[in-house]
Structures are given as C-alpha cells and as structure tokens.
Design a protein around this ligand. Structure first.
Ligand SMILES: NC(=O)c1ccc[n+]([C@@H]2O[C@H](COP(=O)([O-])OP(=O)(O)OC[C@H]3O[C@@H](n4cnc5c(N)ncnc54)[C@H](O)[C@@H]3O)[C@@H](O)[C@H]2O)c1
Length: 308
C-alpha cells in the first residue's frame, strides 16, 4: 500500500533534476504520475522517467507540453485523459537567463517570469476546477532562496518571490475546497546550480551573505536532488492535512518551516508624518543602526558599473 494509492500527480520539469526525484517517489507511493518536461536541460527526458516509474510497477505517462500559460491545459488534459482526475500538482519547472539588473532583455525577463511564475499559476488555474469538484488536492510550488535577494538573478528572484504571494493567496482562496497550497525553497546540486557557479563566481560571497547558509560550498552527496523529494511528497499526503499556505526550506538533511514577514519596528503618530517628524524620529526608532550593506567598500567582489 502506497500513501498516495489512487491519486493522480502532475510534476513539471520532471525529466531531470529535482523534479525527476519527485516523480519517481510519487510513483513509488502509488500515485499515477504525469511526467512533464520540454527537455531544455541536457539529458532531461520525460519519457525515460515515466518508463522508469512503469518499470517499477507504477503508472505514469510523459508529456512534453510546455509548463507555461499556453501548455497548461494540455498538461492537465493529459492527466485527465490518462487517469481521469488530478489530485497533486508539483510546479517545479524552471528556465530563464541570469543577468545584471541593467542587462536583461525583454525576452530574457519574460521567459523567466513565464516559466517560474506565470506557468505555475496557469497550471493551478487548469487543475483547481478538477480538484475542487473531486473534493480536494495538494499543490506544491517550487520557489527559491533567491527570492530573499540574489545578485545577478533579478528576474528569477522576482518570479520566485512572487510565487510566495501566489501560494499564500491560493491557500486562502482554495482551502475551503480542500485544496492545500504550499511552497518550498529547495537546495540541491543540479545542472542549474553548477551553471550558476560557473556563470557568476564573483557573486558567491554575496550569496552566502544573503542566504547565510553556506550553499556555495555544497557537498554533492549532502544536497542531492533525491533529498528534496520526500518532504514534497509528504506535503501531498494526508499526514500534511493541516499544512496550507506555508513555505519550507529543504536543504540537504534539513527541512525548515520559514517565518512569515511581520513588522520589526513600528512608529505611529496621530495625524500622520511630516518629513521633519521623520527626520527626528525614524533614525532612532524605526531604522536604528541601519546602513547600506551593499557598497563596494563592504563587498570587494562587486564590480563598478561597466563602462559604456
Ligand atoms: N537546484 C537548486 O539548488 C534549486 C535552488 C532553488 C530553487 N530551485 C528550483 O527547484 C526547481 C528544480 O530545480 P532543478 O535544479 O532541478 O532545475 P533543472 O534546471 O535541473 O530542471 C528544470 C527542468 O525544467 C525543464 N523545463 C524548462 N522549461 C520548461 C517548460 N517550459 N516546461 C516544462 N519543463 C521545462 C527543464 O528541461 C529541466 O528538466 C526549479 O523550480 C528551481 O528554480 C532549485
């Protein structure tokens, strides 16, 4: 008996990397799996992953439909045609370019938003009517610690942090239909990370400063993609029935429930604030001791603005 017998799961970007591990474990736990990947990553092969699930005695079909606004209906249609329902959506696909903020082209920005945010929403939009009529479902959105702030990843950081707002809102809107929506910020040594390190070695110290995790010194065995899958699959089981609208960091052997933003310091004055009042009060009572940490003096790895 698997924990997910009778359930139907969709995993995007599941032809390789972390998504492949989600698909394989969902299959081992008894879910019928739609393995989606357009195969932009070298070696990403949705059909090979689906075949591996079937060879192990599970049920799976592959699709190469794009996990974007235009492909979402086809992906959900594949699940309904093959297995008659949709219970689980693991939004995991990623694509896009990394660049300095002043360098993105419109196409690079749009691709990153499309695959990391708009496509995630589109798949939820297509799957939710099925889940609601069936009486429930589970959605896991794959965000990133990049959302905390990640130099040279501006578009990606924006998309992944936008996803956190979408996840919180979906939890509030869909909870009454028995649909739970949560987000993870994973870390795993995959092609994406290897490319990043190659692309932007100069940002490594800054990554450690923003994330505070030492993720740039990753030991491949300690942060393998397979270490992310168990928690994601657990979120999709009935054991996680009370978990809705939460964000988790999944880092190697660690899983952390992340705190939600709350006011850290507040000033209040009847009738509101003038600039003179703010000059007088804010430095000591609202932002005591704050200084710009992101200067060249503090961060010798940062480069001057490029010459024209
Ligand atoms: N690896 C990490 O440390 C890390 C850190 C933070 C967040 N994440 C997130 O975790 C998820 C998985 O990351 P990964 O490292 O396995 O990435 P990956 O690049 O190895 O895999 C992503 C997969 O998505 C597929 N894909 C790209 N565009 C697609 C589209 N339009 N439709 C369907 N599939 C598409 C690619 O072919 C690829 O197989 C991503 O959402 C990523 O942003 C990963």
């Amino acid at each position: 008996m698997g924990r997910l017998d009778g359930r139907v799961a969709i995993v995007t970007g599941a032809g390789g990397g972390i998504g492949r591990e989600h698909a394989l474990l969902l299959g081992r736990e008894g879910a019928a799996v739609v393995v989606d990947d357009i195969g932009t990553r070298t070696g990403a092969d949705a059909e090979a992953v689906a075949a591996q699930i079937r060879d192990a005695g599970g049920a799976a079909v592959a699709t190469t439909a794009s996990a974007t606004w235009d492909g979402a209906a086809e992906i959900v249609g594949t699940a309904v045609d093959a297995f008659g329902r949709v219970d689980i959506v693991v939004n995991n696909a990623t694509a896009g370019r990394n660049d300095d903020l002043w360098d993105y082209s419109r196409e690079e920005w749009d691709l990153t938003m499309e695959v990391n945010l708009t496509g995630y929403y589109a798949l939820m939009r297509e799957a939710v009517p099925h889940m609601a009529r069936q009486g429930g479902g589970a959605i896991v959105n794959t965000s990133s610690a990049s959302g905390f702030g990640h130099p040279s990843h501006g578009a990606y950081a924006a998309a992944k942090e936008g996803l956190i707002g979408l996840t919180r809102t979906a939890a509030m809107e869909l909870g009454r239909f028995g649909i739970r929506t949560n987000a993870i910020r994973p870390v795993a040594l995959t092609v994406q990370v290897a490319e990043y390190h190659e692309h932007s070695a100069r940002w490594r110290r800054l990554m450690d400063l923003t994330m505070g995790t030492g993720t740039t010194q990753m030991d491949p065995d300690a942060v393998s993609p397979a270490k992310v899958a168990p928690f994601v699959v657990w979120l999709c089981t009935d054991a996680a029935a009370g978990v809705n609208g939460c964000t988790f960091a999944v880092w190697g052997d660690k899983v952390s429930l992340l705190a939600e933003p709350r006011p850290k310091a507040t000033i209040e004055q009847a009738g509101g604030w003038t600039l003179d009042d703010l000059d007088r009060v804010a430095p000591d009572e609202l932002v005591p001791g704050l200084r710009n940490r992101w200067t060249l003096a503090d961060n010798p790895d940062l480069q001057e603005f490029p010459d024209a």
